[in-house]
Design a protein around this ligand. Structure first.
Ligand SMILES: Cc1cc2nc3c(=O)[nH]c(=O)nc-3n(C[C@H](O)[C@H](O)[C@H](O)COP(=O)(O)OP(=O)(O)OC[C@H]3O[C@@H](n4cnc5c(N)ncnc54)[C@H](O)[C@@H]3O)c2cc1C
Length: 628
């Protein structure tokens, strides 16, 4: 039987290949990890899929990739460090000014083709693309993993937008108004909204409306082309249990369950780099150097004048005539500042680093959204969701199970008793039915048990704060990352309320008709409590709560009187000229939702600040779509 599907697959991909692949890019190599690297030995399907995905222009974008430079020139007007969610935006926007010469330095390689397939999201997240960070010395979370939590972060052009869950949420207007209440002028919702709209190219504008959304920006968003039928059961259960269903959590109805939009286009992931850099790949005043790790900012007389970087086994320097912008993410931006002598004086001295600027807040205020995952079985056979037919459909049309991330599109935002209904603080997210690593045969069983789905309770307004500090002055040694998750009791209470929401949902007739049954084994450390009681969950949270990957706040924006502020409201590093930070690390307080598009908004804002400060008229500042 499966031979027929192999034939169908080969015929369809061959057709697609000939229709879409230009001769000039036929030979181009794309970096790994491959699907085989990620899946291990799981039959022929993965190697077929990987090689055909690479050659399929509609999926891999092989003909539109940027052409990196081998060796940067000695000097540029602007140097952007890190090509992730924010850095790709900044490099694209600054290089719109044709007489500015811009350099983007990225530690990782270009995006792997495998990452473009939405259903492989979890696999790419666990792959060699990772920086491999771990937190240490946790006292209240991750106790079952030696008091150390995994800190997911991608090392690739596009940063974490290459391996993230693609969920398109922008936070709640109150988040940004709160930033202003903390002393950050110019960041109200009304002031940031135009920049969110500038980012966006909404593929469903007639459905979501132009009050909250826009078309014409670089980042395409859509609802996944495929939803497993179980998603519909979750939405029906939400109605039944009284949580409600929202058409658009980014719109008027900010609470309830919803099928959210994702940062993908026609069934293929759209990272920040795909969206912002590929369309301008021929721009001559933008140089992109990959596999290039910045080790410190060079500061002379209180001004950033360049950076030191490591590439091809050599340390080199490059000068910045105007500014350096750090967009290396929540771990590496503070790390680079500390290595450059900007940070808490005593800490720098204890590491043998010459103090350039005593800035006590560098690395502090690190926080993330903590979450707890509940597993359930349902009354279905545990079959693989990927097979030869599914792969053939995706290669030919980019539709079907590979075009979505299983049931992950079903998300809820709900207000706990600690907040107001218009400012929800709990997120429920779903996982299951992912069409990823599989042997290929239709109907093949993953196990002889029943199918598992998970529902996770995530706390959106955490108060716990940790720190990022140096382990040594070696730029290649990972800094110490201390999350201090769940140190604030209100974070525990928030997740407990989230667990109750999950259990209420699964107690609905709709989900009971699937025989949805809690299937978690009792944690050894919590054996003293009766399973599934509040006391048991409390114990379990400290054992198994994890940060979701929205690391934030380690170079926070704040007013002059806030001694812990690292950057001002225009994202300039306090006390150093010509140096800004623009990424998730500047958020003084994490937003109510997932952090990628808010970080892209930050990239748009800093570009505007820079253009404004160099005296450009607003007309020449407001490009909408990056063009050549
Ligand atoms: C597993 C996971 C799932 C997520 N899911 C979602 C989701 O569904 N929706 C959502 O909105 N958000 C999601 N996020 C969060 C979101 O992707 C991040 O918040 C966002 O990408 C952060 O942007 P950034 O620019 O701050 O950093 P990054 O995107 O991490 O970019 C930083 C870049 O800097 C580079 N870099 C670091 N150090 C150096 C150096 N020394 N020299 C040169 N380059 C360097 C890195 O390689 C990287 O490319 C998820 C994150 C993770 C980890």
């Amino acid at each position: 039987m499966h031979i027929n599907f192999q034939l169908i697959l080969l015929l369809s991909v061959t057709m697609t290949h000939h229709l879409t692949l230009a001769q000039t890019c036929n030979e181009r190599q794309l970096p790994g990890p491959t699907l085989v690297d990620m899946c291990g030995e799981s039959g022929m399907l993965m190697s077929f899929l990987d090689s055909f995905v690479r050659k399929n222009e509609k999926i891999s974008g092989i003909c539109e990739r940027v052409t990196p430079i081998e060796t940067p020139d000695p000097e540029y007007d602007y140097i952007v460090v890190g090509g992730g969610a924010a850095g790709s935006v900044v490099a694209a926007r600054l290089s719109e000014i044709s007489h500015w010469k811009v350099l983007l330095l990225e530690a990782g390689d270009d995006e792997p083709a495998s990452a473009q397939i939405p259903s492989f999201t979890t696999d790419i997240e666990g792959s060699s693309l990772e920086w491999g960070y771990l937190t240490t010395n946790e006292s209240h979370a991750c106790l079952s993993t030696n008091a150390s939590c995994k800190y997911a972060a991608a090392k690739a052009l596009g940063g974490c937008t290459v391996h993230n869950g693609m969920i398109y949420l922008r936070g709640n207007p109150t988040d940004y108004n709160n930033w202003v209440a903390m002393g950050n002028e110019g960041w109200t919702w009304d002031e940031v909204k135009p920049f969110f709209l500038k980012v966006e190219d909404n593929g469903e504008i007639d459905r979501v409306g132009r009050f909250w959304h826009a078309t014409g920006g670089p980042l395409f968003v859509e609802r996944s082309r495929y939803q497993p039928p179980f998603t519909d059961s979750i939405l029906r259960a939400a109605e039944e249990a009284g949580f409600g269903v929202s058409e658009d959590l980014n719109g008027d109805e900010t609470t309830g369950f919803a099928i959210v939009q994702t940062t993908s286009k026609n069934g293929v992931r759209r990272s920040s780099a795909t969206s912002y850099l590929r369309p301008i790949r021929n721009r001559e005043n933008l140089h992109i150097s990959l596999n290039t790790t910045v080790t410190r900012v060079i500061i002379e007389d209180g001004k950033a004048v360049g950076v030191e970087y490591f590439k091809n086994d050599e340390f080199k320097t490059v000068r910045a005539l105007r500014e350096v912008i750090l967009s290396a993410g929540n771990v590496k931006s503070p790390h680079i500042l500390l290595l450059s002598g900007i940070g808490p004086k005593e800490h720098l001295e204890s590491m043998g680093i010459t103090v350039v600027k005593d800035l006590p807040g560098v690395g502090s205020n690190y926080h993330d959204h903590p979450y707890f995952m509940l597993s359930f079985t349902i009354n279905e056979n545990d079959v693989y969701d990927n097979d030869w037919a599914v792969a053939a459909e995706y290669l030919a049309f980019q539709t079907g199970p590979l075009s979505s991330y299983g049931i992950a599109g079903a998300i809820a935002h709900i207000a706990s008793t600690a907040t107001t209904p218009d400012y929800p603080d709990i997120q429920i997210f779903s996982a299951g039915y992912q069409a990823d690593c599989a042997p290929g045969e239709i109907g093949a069983l993953r196990s002889t048990g029943r199918r598992t789905v998970t529902l996770s309770a995530l706390y959106l307004h955490p108060k716990s704060r940790g720190r990022i500090s140096l382990a040594s002055n070696d730029p290649f040694e990972s800094p110490l990352i201390w999350g201090n998750f769940l140190s604030e009791p209100s974070d525990v209470v928030g997740i407990l309320e989230g667990i109750n929401i999950v259990l209420k949902l699964t107690n609905s007739n709709t989900l009971r008709s699937h025989n949805m049954t809690l299937s978690m084994s009792i944690l050894e450390a919590c054996r003293g409590y009766t399973f599934a009681t509040t006391e048991y969950w409390k114990c379990a949270l400290h054992q198994a709560v994890k940060p979701v990957g929205h690391g934030t706040g380690s170079c926070k924006m704040g007013p002059k009187h806030d001694a812990m502020a690292v950057v001002d409201h225009k994202l300039r590093v306090r006390g150093i000229k010509g140096l800004r930070v623009a990424d998730t690390s500047i958020m003084p307080q994490i937003i109510t939702g997932n952090t990628a598009s808010p970080t892209m908004m930050i990239g748009e804002r800093v570009s505007e600040f820079i253009k404004e400060s160099s005296g450009l008229s607003s007309e020449s500042r407001m490009g909408v779509v990056p063009t050549k």
